[in-house]
Design a binder for this molecule. Structure first.
Ligand code: B12
Length: 262
């Protein structure tokens, strides 16, 4: 017979997500990590406290280069949000709002660069999609915002993308990395089909497989697959690819390369 008095009710009644809640506040982390210098501090502050950055970015663009606005204001702001998420202080809604604000800021900077006849040199090209039959694209969009912020060119194919369309896009775009997101057990099977078709076409490209339906052992079972648990894993995996690591090497050094595995 189970002795109720022997059970530790404290553990039973703590929901897993509440248990990881931290005492630190967004203000604490902002003060720890934010740049001191203006206008970078205010831009960062707007992003961290999920406000519109448009005015601040426009003001900064009158005095500073757009590349500086991205690298010294917007990216540090997103880094702080990533830290707040990792520490369990922020959750997905905050990341989505911050991603939107960041997107607007980046757009303004890119427009300013275009008007000076410059383009932001892409760090690499990533083709992203949500699996065939799968309408869930929120995670893909967050991952896309993070990669875009880090300077990657994103070819976003959207959701419910047929396997053949992914293969065609990879053939046409010749990306450094291709990514797929699957949240349903019925759609995760599209990943090995994409990998098989790419192999048949003689293409070898790292293929990040992510989304609530999949895990590392599933993704590392098909050729080219590299598992990502979090959107924040994307830039680190792409960085490793750009350093010349193959998908086999990334799998071998997974715990060192991928932040969520550490
Ligand atoms: C929102 C939602 C919907 C929305 C989707 C809106 C949208 N635009 O995405 C709507 C209402 C459309 C929807 C519909 C359905 N849904 Co739904 N949905 C959800 C829900 C509640 C949340 C999913 C979500 O957005 N999670 C948050 C995101 C951020 O997580 P994520 O995508 O996994 O992304 C994270 C990581 O995986 C990673 N990541 C993801 N992609 C990438 C890419 C890269 C490159 C990287 C690095 C990282 C990365 O980063 C993110 C975090 O940092 C889940 C339940 C749940 N709690 O998960 C059910 C859920 C996924 N849905 C489910 C189902 C069954 C359905 C329906 C079939 C229901 C129905 N009978 O109609 C339909 C789909 C019908 C169809 N075929 O068209 C099931 C799937 C079950 C299963 N295992 O197969 C779930 C699990 C609910 C459940 N418990 O049953 N759904």
């Amino acid at each position: 017979m189970v002795k109720v008095s022997a059970a530790n009710l404290e553990n039973i009644f703590i929901r897993y997500d509440i248990k990881v809640e931290q005492e630190a506040t967004p203000e604490d982390v902002f003060n720890e990590m934010a740049p001191e210098e203006e206008p970078w501090r205010t831009i960062t502050q707007k992003l961290v406290f999920l406000e519109d950055v448009t005015d601040e970015v426009e003001k900064a663009l009158n005095k500073h280069e757009p590349e500086d606005v991205i690298n010294k204001g917007l990216i540090p702001g997103m880094d702080i949000n990533g830290e707040l998420y990792a520490r369990g202080i922020y959750y997905l809604p905050q990341l989505i709002l911050a991603g939107d604000a960041m997107g607007k800021g980046i757009e303004l900077c890119e427009d300013a660069m275009a008007s000076k006849g410059r383009t932001r040199e892409a760090k690499g090209k990533v083709v992203m999609h949500a699996a065939e039959g799968d309408p869930h694209d929120i995670g893909k969009d967050i991952a896309a915002a993070m990669l875009k912020a880090q300077g990657y060119q994103i070819i976003d194919m959207g959701r419910d993308v047929p396997v053949e369309d992914v293969v065609d896009a990879v053939k046409k775009e010749n990306p450094d990395v291709v990514t797929g997101t699957a949240l349903m057990t019925t759609t995760q099977t599209a990943f090995p089909r994409v990998a098989k078709r790419l192999q048949e076409e003689g293409i070898d490209v790292p293929f990040i497989g992510a989304g609530g339906a999949v895990n590392q052992s599933f993704v590392h079972r098909f050729p080219m697959g590299i598992y990502a648990d979090e959107a924040a894993d994307g830039p680190s995996i792409c960085e490793a690819v750009k350093e010349g690591k193959t998908w086999e090497e990334i799998r071998e050094e997974y715990d060192e390369i991928v932040p969520s595995a550490a």
